[in-house]
Design a protein around this ligand. Structure first.
Ligand SMILES: Cc1cc2nc3c(=O)[nH]c(=O)nc-3n(C[C@H](O)[C@H](O)[C@H](O)COP(=O)(O)OP(=O)(O)OC[C@H]3O[C@@H](n4cnc5c(N)ncnc54)[C@H](O)[C@@H]3O)c2cc1C
Length: 522
């Protein structure tokens, strides 16, 4: 995972890649792991940082989707539950079993949700994370001490998975490189190149850190750019119709005391008919989410006042300690790459092979994948690589990822220490914190973020900006945005020394981070 080496190799090579993947979110990284582990020569290019767009802004659930069960979409739920099971087995350091409680305030809710969630559990078969069961009123209060008790009749308990999205993305990048792939952040694909038959045969890449551009030649070019897939499709054919309609989801992070325990709360139907979660995460609680159609595609989407108020108001109806704006430690928005309705897809030019996510092959041979969810990234990758092999008539090699351990694999890590998220790298990270006396110091008063973690992130996880470190390596932005701003100048100075950057770079990094992080504060 050394960016400078990787970029040097890419700039100096004329070799033909089997797979060139555009986009370093869950989908693209999953494809890189799949293709490389089958033995294909693979390169992945990310315009910003890994998981910078949607993949670091999820609700952090590895789930079958109780919502889809309500909609009667059993096939989708079974597929996601199976994937939940694989992910729990292959990345136990980052994915854990989470108890969810639904409080019931009307007599019919307990039998209704008990039946539904028993089915949810049964559908997971041997991959169940724990059995659903009805709860008495007192049991509900024991699980969620903060729940509103007036008219509470009882509840239902069920299990799903909970994870750290950006950390998983980094670990997937590491897994891909261990399998022989080259993955680079800050490498933007600005155009596609084609052969004389009009087939896409390569990409033009801009180095967003050191400048300059270069061309890579490849057999299978995969567009895995999430909400941005249409911009890459238009590089292929300027007349392409839109495939994606973004929908914005907002989350608020508050102190753990609002729930009062380690269990999550799930509200199956809010006043606007949505599902709302309150999920413990890194000693905090994530509340959300909303779902509002938006028109703009951006790397840093912004929450609106209406969305924030809606979450606070809904959470306040179910929690005795009602969260207000002053309690919000972080507000973050993410854009879901919802596939546009089928009538927008041009059937004469593209071939659709899946309903849960969209996998399309353009006449030029460009393979585009979007939609789906984090939980199903592995299956999406398997489908994409299989499709590309078929389209390009490559020798078939079977998928390896159902049992492939993801970098950092460690069973039962000690989750009372935030640094559990490093999994099997934990000891190495701690060694970094002992390398110099300064590296053992806290980045901020009484925080457990250590300077040595910054060194680790730069050397081993390809962090190149203060935002990379604080947002997606340490998760400090999401845990407490204000505190993360207070850490920025220290992080910048540690990085500047490690990366041999000057004072100007350091100051610019702090300025840029402040601009980003301020939008995460109410
Ligand atoms: C609010 C919200 C909550 C969610 N919660 C959950 C959840 O709890 N569980 C779950 O399973 N799923 C959840 N999801 C869904 C999940 O987060 C997404 O399905 C997934 O992250 C999408 O990943 P992606 O790789 O397709 O897209 P992205 O993460 O957006 O990645 C695409 C990448 O492509 C890069 N890119 C774009 N153009 C170029 C270019 N020209 N050159 C190089 N790179 C480029 C972008 O910078 C970006 O990093 C949620 C989604 C939202 C919005």
């Amino acid at each position: 995972m050394e960016r400078e080496n990787f970029i040097k190799q890419l700039k100096s090579t004329t070799e033909q890649w089997d797979f060139i993947i555009i986009g370093g979110g869950a989908t693209g990284l999953g494809i890189a792991v799949d293709a490389a582990s089958r033995g294909f020569k693979t390169v992945l290019l990310e315009q910003s940082d890994f998981a910078k767009a949607t993949s670091c802004r999820s609700t952090k659930l590895v789930h079958g989707g109780v919502r889809y069960l309500q909609n009667g979409d059993i096939g989708l739920v079974i597929e996601a539950l199976r994937e939940r099971g694989y992910l729990r087995k292959n990345a136990p350091h980052l994915v854990m079993n989470q108890r969810f409680i639904i409080g019931n305030y009307r007599w019919w809710e307990k039998p209704f949700y008990t039946i539904g969630l028993t089915l949810y559990d049964l559908l997971s078969g041997t991959m169940s994370l724990g059995h659903s069961k009805p709860l008495s009123r007192l049991e509900v209060i024991k699980h969620i001490p903060g729940i509103v008790q007036k008219n509470l009749k009882g509840g239902v308990l069920y299990y799903d998975g909970q994870f750290d999205d950006a950390r998983l993305a980094i670990n997937l990048a590491q897994t891909a490189t261990e399998k022989g792939a080259i993955v680079v952040n800050y490498a933007r694909v600005s155009d596609l190149s084609k052969n004389t038959k009009g087939k896409v045969s390569g990409v033009i890449v801009e180095d967003m850190i050191d400048g300059g551009s270069f061309e890579l030649k490849g057999e299978c070019i995969i567009n895995a750019t999430g909400i941005f897939v249409d911009s890459v499709k238009r590089m292929d054919d300027p007349n392409e119709r839109p495939l994606v309609r973004p929908s914005q989801g907002v989350h608020l992070v508050v102190d753990k005391s609002f729930l009062g325990g380690d269990d999550a709360i799930m509200v199956p139907k809010t006043s606007d008919g949505r599902v709302m979660f309150g999920v413990p995460w890194h000693n905090r609680v994530i509340l959300g989410t909303t779902d509002v159609p938006v028109k703009e595609f951006m790397l840093e989407p912004k929450a609106t006042d209406e969305e924030v108020d809606f979450i606070l108001e809904t959470a306040g109806r179910y929690l005795t300690k009602k969260p207000g704006r002053k309690d919000v430690l972080c507000v973050f928005a993410g854009l879901r790459p919802l596939a546009a309705p089928d009538k927008n897809a041009d059937e004469t030019k593209t071939k659709e092979i899946s309903r849960s996510h969209k996998l399309l092959v353009s006449p030029s041979g460009l393979v585009t994948i979007t939609g789906g969810k984090w939980t199903t990234y592995r299956r999406m990758a398997e489908d994409t690589v299989n499709q590309a092999i078929k389209t390009k008539k490559l020798p078939f090699k079977p998928c390896q990822t159902k049992t492939l351990k993801i970098h950092g694999y460690k069973e039962n890590p000690d989750r009372s220490d935030r640094k559990y998220m490093y999994g099997s790298d934990y000891d190495q990270v701690m060694l970094c914190t002992k390398e110099k006396p300064d590296y053992g110091m806290e980045l901020y008063n009484d925080s457990d973020f250590l300077a040595g973690e910054v060194i680790w992130a730069v050397r081993n996880e390809m962090a190149r900006t203060v935002d990379d470190v604080l947002s997606r390596r340490l998760r400090a932005l999401y845990i407490d945005a204000r505190a993360s701003i207070a850490m920025a100048s220290k992080v910048a100075s540690i990085m500047a020394e490690e990366l041999h950057k000057d004072k100007n770079w350091e100051e610019l990094q702090v300025k840029e981070y402040n601009e980003i992080a301020r939008a995460y504060i109410l």
